[in-house]
Design a protein around this ligand. Structure first.
Ligand code: COA
Length: 335
């Protein structure tokens, strides 16, 4: 059986920085409120409609990851794209990356698991690689939230949290059994589907009726989040799914060299860090700079961690995510 190793990582974020003080000029909020509850200081939002896109940012991150792996686009033999915010309702952005990179007609799969999408995608790629079906899988997490947020006081409970950006990895088949993806754990609990969701427009709601009603107060076009409820579930599930992965490979928390949690909220990451008995140097956080970029948050963080020398060969890397669905997931990777 092959092993799945991370051969290259890359990210891309839009240039436009939006600080908490910038937000306080367009809605009733404050730097203090946002920092105290989320740790976020600023985020990137594309500055104008059409300037960038989920597939476009994903393509840029992908090019960086492919270069980091010392490969060329033609070496990729499968694409997995994890978006919460695709350019189009359908098709998903995987096919746009295939076209943008000028790759032959290889397969492109979209994984729709929101904040857990990257770890779900990693697990899917791992199965394809282990069985020998593909050699170089390009896995992308990319999100353009800013075009879909309610940026008025009405939407402040959600809009201050989310940011735009993309991250990507090239996952590669290896015969070296001492490294690579050791395990992945995936979970879902659909009874909480509406606690963090964007319900319309969708096939569940008749589009001709939506158009006929044309209701400016129809909030279903915007993401909804039951923040306190999500928070409570997140802190429990993060810890649970990390411990499940560790137990599967006979390791414990003290074996983790770096935990990269999905960047949902700094308070969630800090809570998990304390509960797991990890030192602050064992957890990577960059939500302060980017906000919550859902499926893109882990690969952006991984790319920055590599640039900063926070991950090195021989390290045990743990990835963990929780989000809409609810879905949650973890991965342990021996670098
Ligand atoms: N600025 C100022 N005030 C705000 C605000 C903002 N951006 N957003 C909400 N408020 C107000 C609310 O209207 C409410 O006012 P009220 O008491 O007068 O009704 C008050 O602040 C408290 O709101 P609440 O939602 O209870 O705050 P909170 O302490 O639970 O923090 C979150 C809200 C969203 C930051 C927090 O619940 C959270 O981080 N949840 C998890 C979110 C998450 O991780 N999501 C992604 C998972 S993948």
């Amino acid at each position: 059986m092959k092993r799945t190793v991370i051969a290259g990582v890359g990210h891309y974020v839009p240039e436009n920085v939006v600080t908490n003080n910038d937000l306080s000029k367009i809605m009733e909020t404050s730097d203090q409120w946002i920092q105290e509850r989320t740790g976020i200081q600023e985020r990137r939002w594309v500055s104008a409609e059409g300037e960038d896109s989920t597939s476009g940012m994903g393509t840029k991150a992908a090019r960086n990851a492919i270069a980091d792996a010392g490969l060329e686009p033609k070496d990729i033999d499968f694409i997995i794209f994890a978006p919460l915010s695709p350019d189009y309702y359908f098709p998903g952005p995987g096919v746009q990356v295939q076209e943008n990179l000028g790759i032959d007609t290889i397969g492109a799969l979209d994984v729709r698991n929101q904040c857990s999408g990257f770890v779900y995608g990693l697990s899917v790629a791992d199965q394809f690689i282990k069985t020998g079906m593909y050699k170089n899988v390009l896995l992308i997490g990319s999100e353009l939230h800013s075009g879909g947020l309610d940026k008025t006081t009405r939407g402040r409970g959600v809009s201050v949290i989310f940011g735009d950006g993309a991250g990507a990895v090239v996952l590669q088949a290896s015969d070296d059994q001492s490294k690579g993806v050791l395990t992945t754990k995936l979970h879902s609990e659909g009874k909480h589907a509406k606690e963090l969701a964007l319900l319309g427009p969708a096939t569940d709601r008749w589009v001709d009726r939506i158009i006929a009603e044309n209701d400016p107060d129809d909030m279903s076009y915007y993401p909804y989040m039951n923040g306190n409820f999500v928070f409570k579930h997140a802190v429990t599930r993060f810890q649970e799914v990390i411990l499940e992965a560790l137990a599967d490979v006979n390791k414990d928390a003290s074996d983790i060299d770096l935990l990269i949690p999905h960047q949902a909220n700094l308070r969630i990451s800090q809570f998990v860090q304390k509960k797991m008995g990890l030192g602050p140097d064992k957890v990577f956080n960059n939500i302060m700079k980017y906000g919550n970029t859902t499926a893109a948050s882990i690969p952006i963080a991984l790319s920055e961690a590599k640039q900063e020398g926070r991950v090195k060969e021989g390290d045990l890397l743990c990835l963990a995510a929780f989000g809409s669905g609810f879905t949650w997931a973890s991965a342990l990777i021996q670098l």
